[in-house]
Design a protein around this ligand. Structure first.
Ligand code: NAD
Length: 283
């Protein structure tokens, strides 16, 4: 049965078809073609089934977000399906899931590759959303280092001194620096490649959102997460649906004057750290 016989439907490309990405996509997916991408074929199958049985039109493509050729092929596949109006990147690995080298490859360089490649296929008037993290606010880098993270060519990012010295020292530092770089590179892209494409791009920086990725973190991080939750204004975790609501807003025409910005959605954790009511120890 053909659920939608309209032609030239807008395309949503989702890189990393996990919990938050799916929550955002469900909010905006009606009447569009959804291209799911993930390194895990099992994830792809499960997400595609979940969405198709709810009436969405879904295509899938296996993609490795660390690999430039693979991401390029994914972007080209999206463009072959129709006008790419939306790009969402939630492919990531958390500190307890991976060594620093992999976090740099995926969360830092992989995200930079995706920002570059999708600037080439995003439709005029389209919008991109990169999921960074509250951790991007947890380390104070010098303006010079921030400038390098924002402006260095993607191929040379992993060679930066801050990456080789600080980020490679442990997975937590690699994650924090990668997520700060996501925020900074999106700001740069909003003014350059994505501006040239007449499209918008923003980041969301979630706090503690309960997903399978976060579950791995809770188990590995001792009582840090509990302290974070208890010292935040919200005094609770967040849900993928709350990220879905904010993501849908940033991708919508309601946000058509918003580009190059970051939306922190953390229940007040960073406010607690910055105001000194919560003292987080970062190695
Ligand atoms: N859950 C949280 O508390 C939290 C907080 C802040 C930021 N984040 C970030 O949000 C993003 C999404 O996280 P989530 O909690 O929805 O996790 P998730 O595990 O549900 O989704 C991540 C998806 O990325 C996929 N992926 C991993 N490596 C890949 C690769 N090389 N190529 C393509 N796909 C790959 C995974 O298979 C998975 O489907 C991540 O970047 C994460 O760092 C999560």
């Amino acid at each position: 049965m053909n659920f939608n016989s309209n032609t030239n439907k807008p395309v949503i490309a989702l890189l990393g078809s996990g919990s938050m990405g799916t929550a955002i996509t469900k909010r905006i997916g009606a009447g569009k073609t959804i291209l799911l991408g993930d390194i895990s074929e099992k994830n792809l199958e499960e997400r595609a089934k979940e969405l198709r049985t709810s009436g969405y039109i879904v295509e899938t493509q296996k993609v490795d977000a660390c690999d430039g050729d693979s991401v390029r092929a994914f972007a080209e596949k999206a463009a072959s399906l129709g006008p790419v109006k939306y790009f969402i990147d939630t492919a990531g690995a958390s500190p307890s899931q991976a060594k620093p080298e992999h976090i740099i490859k995926l969360d830092l360089v992989g995200t930079a590759i995706a920002i570059d490649e999708f600037s080439k296929v995003i439709a005029e008037g389209g919008a991109g959303l990169i999921v960074a993290s509250q951790t991007g606010y947890m380390m104070h880098l010098t303006p010079e280092v921030e400038h390098e993270l924002a402006m260095t060519e993607t191929e040379k990012l992993a060679d930066l001194e801050v990456v080789k010295s600080t980020a490679m020292s442990n997975s937590g530092a690699a994650y924090i620096i990668s997520k700060r770089a996501n925020q900074l590179r999106v700001r740069t892209a909003a003014a350059t490649s994505w501006a040239d494409a007449r499209a918008r791009i923003n980041t969301i920086s979630p706090g503690v959102i309960v997903t399978p990725l976060a579950y791995d973190e809770f188990n590995a991080a001792g009582n840090t997460y509990q302290q974070m939750i208890d010292s935040s204004a919200a005094r609770r975790v967040g849900t993928p649906e709350e990220i879905g609501a904010a993501g849908a807003f940033l991708l919508s025409d309601e946000a058509s004057f918003i580009t190059g910005t970051d939306l922190l959605i953390d229940g007040g954790v960073i406010a607690a750290i910055e105001s000194g009511t919560y003292n987080l120890h970062i190695r």
